[in-house]
Design a protein around this ligand. Structure first.
Ligand code: PMP
Length: 425
């Protein structure tokens, strides 16, 4: 039964049973309305309340300043955001350059002259910077290259370069080849497949005292809600719901309002075409989604409802909000890593110690330093004990214990105990 299992899958992840039980009832009859939550109109007052409460609870839990950021519920997953971030940040960059050129050339400048100046600026200066530390930032980098062409995309650092062609480190920030005034600098805060997590916000990307500085975009799909985030350092952060927030189907983007109307208006499709740059499908245009309170088109209110219930549970459990969850996340991760470290002959932790993920704990089961049949035995015995979902991503193999928020402390203890007893046996 559900009660016998601790599921360590990487996503979709385990959801709190009480949230699922409440949601199951709401799916049949929401608050005595006679209609289920997935049947009510997304334009109903009831749907608006669910969206607004989820937004407010997320902002409260993570300390997102509501005056400066817009929280958007989107569709298309983390993968959709790989594309959306490119379109919107390139659009914002073009809008800024366009405004600067108009100011520079004065009100009497001919349209052709403005366009020529803008073209020259795009060719000389448009750059999107990517820090590649694992499979997901690699995919985002590849998507930017596919949408824009390689001439506009700069590989700031590739973690495989000095690690034998494999992910598992974060290159020293002194070696990062950052562009001047990039349209964005992108990184993935926690690499779900490779078990690599940024220990803290990268110092070289910190804003200046006057608030200016690099335009930082981060994918936080697999570690959001598990530690404090210095939100003000980001222009955009996004995450799919299906690890720490809720069920698959809704994606959150928190974007600084200075990238939205009225501060910035995305360039017209005609202008972007003249510049040879892509425009987003309308469902990926942040200003459209923001203007419509995430209801430009039919949003799955059920998914937002689940996310909202998870947030309410977190807020109830932890009076000190994300800091409370952070302490528990660290404790659980330490238990599991310590168990692994106690048996260096039996286990090899994949990523470098300084960048080990608290969320996705990746290791190999070894004998005399090499992986053998014992890895299969490990998985089989773990499953028999109700410790499931431990198989590593198909691209890298090995074992991956995903230690998301819904894994209780007792679940982590049970796994740590098994790690110990398996090695001894
Ligand atoms: N980013 C990260 C860090 C992920 O872990 C994942 C999915 N596991 C994605 C992006 C892609 O998300 P989706 O499958 O929702 O497109």
């Amino acid at each position: 039964t559900r009660a016998d299992i601790t599921y360590f899958g990487a996503g979709p992840a385990l959801l709190p049973t009480e949230v699922l039980e409440t949601a199951a009832k709401a799916l049949v009859d929401y608050n005595g309305t006679g209609l289920g939550i997935a049947e009510h109109s997304h334009r109903s007052e009831l749907a608006a309340t669910i969206i607004n409460e989820a937004k407010a609870d997320l902002a409260s839990y993570l300390d997102i300043p509501a005056a400066d950021y817009e929280v958007l519920f989107m569709q298309g997953g983390g993968t959709g955001e790989f594309s959306a971030s490119v379109y919107n940040m390139v659009g914002a960059w073009v809008a800024r350059q366009h405004a600067a050129i108009l100011k520079d050339l004065g009100p009497d400048a001919a349209e052709d002259q403005v366009l020529a100046a803008l073209r020259a600026k795009v060719e000389s200066s448009l750059k999107l910077d990517y820090i590649v530390t694992g499979g997901w930032s690699l995919k985002a980098y590849q998507e930017a290259t596919r949408l824009l062409g390689p001439e506009y995309v700069n590989l700031v650092a590739d973690a495989r370069a000095d690690n034998g062609g494999k992910f598992g480190t974060i290159p020293d920030q002194s070696t990062w080849r950052l562009s001047k005034d990039a349209a964005m600098v992108y990184y993935c805060d926690n690499e779900t497949v490779d078990g690599v997590e940024f220990p803290e916000f990268p110092k070289v990307l910190a804003p200046n005292a006057d608030g200016t500085g690099p335009i930082v975009v981060a994918d936080m799909s697999s570690n959001i809600l598990s530690r404090r985030v210095p939100v003000a350092n980001y222009s955009l952060l996004f995450f799919g719901a299906q690890k720490n927030l809720g069920c698959t189907g809704v994606t959150v983007a928190a974007i600084r309002k200075s990238f939205l109307q009225p501060a910035i208006t995305q360039p017209s499709p005609a202008l972007m075409r003249k510049l040879g740059l892509p425009i987003p499908p309308i469902v990926f245009q942040y200003e459209i989604i923001a203007k419509n309170n995430s209801l430009y088109n039919t949003l799955s209110i059920f998914d937002v409802y689940i996310a909202g219930q998870v947030l309410k549970k977190l807020l109830k459990t932890y009076p000190n909000k994300v800091d409370g969850q952070q302490a528990v996340s660290e404790k659980k991760a330490n238990l599991i890593y310590s168990a692994l470290e106690s048996h260096p002959d039996a286990y090899k932790i994949v990523p470098h110690k300084s960048v080990r993920s608290r969320m996705n704990i990746c290791f190999r089961v070894t004998k005399n330093g090499t992986v053998d049949e014992s890895e299969k035995a490990f998985l089989k015995e773990a499953t028999a004990l109700g410790l499931t979902g431990l198989k590593g991503h198909r691209s890298v193999g090995g074992i991956r214990a995903s230690n998301y928020n819904s894994i209780p402390l007792e679940g982590a203890e049970k796994l740590a105990k098994f790690i110990d007893s398996f090695a001894k046996a």
